[in-house]
Ligand binder design. Sequence first.
Ligand code: ACO
Length: 452
Amino acid sequence: MSYEYLIFGQQNINFAPIQFKGMAEQAKIVLEGKEYEYPVITGTENEKAIDISKLRGETGYVTLDIGFKNTAATSSAITYLDGEQGLLRHRGYSIEDLADKASFTEVVYLILYGELPNEAQYKEFNAQLRDHTLVNEGLDSMFKAFPTGAHPMGQLMSMISALGLFYPKSLDPNREDDAVNRTVIRLLAKMPTICAMISKKGHGHPVVFPRNDLDYVTNYLNMTFGQVSMLDYEPDPVIVSAMNKLLILHADHEQNCSASTVRVVGSSQSNLYSSVASGVAALWGPLHGGANQKVLEMLEMIMEDGGDVQKYLDKAKDKSDNFRLMGFGHRVYKNFDPRARIIKKTCDEVLNKLGVNDPVLEIAKKLETAALTDPYFVERKLYPNVDFYSGIIYRAMGFPTEFFTVLFALGRLPGWIAQWQELRGEKQPISRPRQVYTGETARPFVFMKDRA
Ligand code: ACO
């Protein structure tokens, strides 16, 4: 059996049944003197996993893995990541190639539908996106009621959630017509408009309407930096190219915290809007996407405190101090984050082109050099991650610090959607982890008058 989505009435994309490269080996587990065997499965890049899906039924045992450090919660054909070697590929294409040669919308198509689009598909895809860029006036009224100064990520989460309320007929994720794909297109098309509305509100400026003659990235920049009174805003090609790259670098990152959240929520057959809104909520946290805001705040704090980088390295190493070096470390990358390398180069290009001489960048460079030679960071394999340099570029482009994580969300949207689509396409079961209970054992109820 295979699963299909209808795309633009042109072509059916197959969600093939899960194929593992190998299932020959067995892992043996001995429990209470009895031996059990579980299949060892091999992914297409030779990564191995023990399939323990029958463990509890056969033995009564569960596995304990707090924070999912060793648990593959799903198989997936979207993104391959090798943290030891610093590799990242979407649908087989390296992140270096995609960032260098593709447009963001090509990457969106690739991530969603499995293949790079041909010219006709690309044209049709962009036309579909352009058809849905406006947001309903009702949504705008709700948006206007948000308090000035509300955090952009809170606004984004609410707007995506509310967007679904305007399309009640397309909420059912199991509909077999083109409704699910229309929802996908709507979300992708309206996201730049919503993000730009949030920016404009932050500055107290009037909203700039989408211009459907522009490509996805230029249209977004126009809505963000253009003015109603200035119809001929032309973003610098270096900025368009940098924004394109930044969005591509954030497009998907396999089973990270927000993608897993989208999958968990989607597994209850919750609709795409609410699943994506929950992804935004997960991304907001400082240990995930919210780190890009925190990196800049940290660098500014170090600068204002006299620029003593060593003082902050020592604080990060001190276990009695809660301070962490934001933008350093990654759950999966234990060598380097390939996205950080690309971003660092882009950062130099943007700053040179704009003639920006940002003292914060000097602090960032000093901090990076010091951390990369410090035994604490070396032993723990803590390297700069994607968030370390992205904030400096966003700042040079003119985005306020609080807005940075919204830009991450704008880039990550196709990844969340693809993860949700894959889950639904494969008709995966509801996510429902087990636990090991550590609370009180059964005890009789005590009436209030008898309680100590
Ligand atoms: N600063 C100082 N010490 C750190 C840091 C850091 N940024 N990151 C990890 N460590 C230390 C931990 O204290 C721990 O030390 P220990 O072994 O002596 O106890 C060790 O390195 C391992 O860290 P964990 O927290 O167990 O690693 P985990 O995989 O759970 O966390 C995480 C990864 C959350 C990214 C972590 O490195 C961190 O908090 N980094 C800062 C926040 C950040 O930049 N987040 C963005 C991640 S990328 C993204 O989501 C887009």
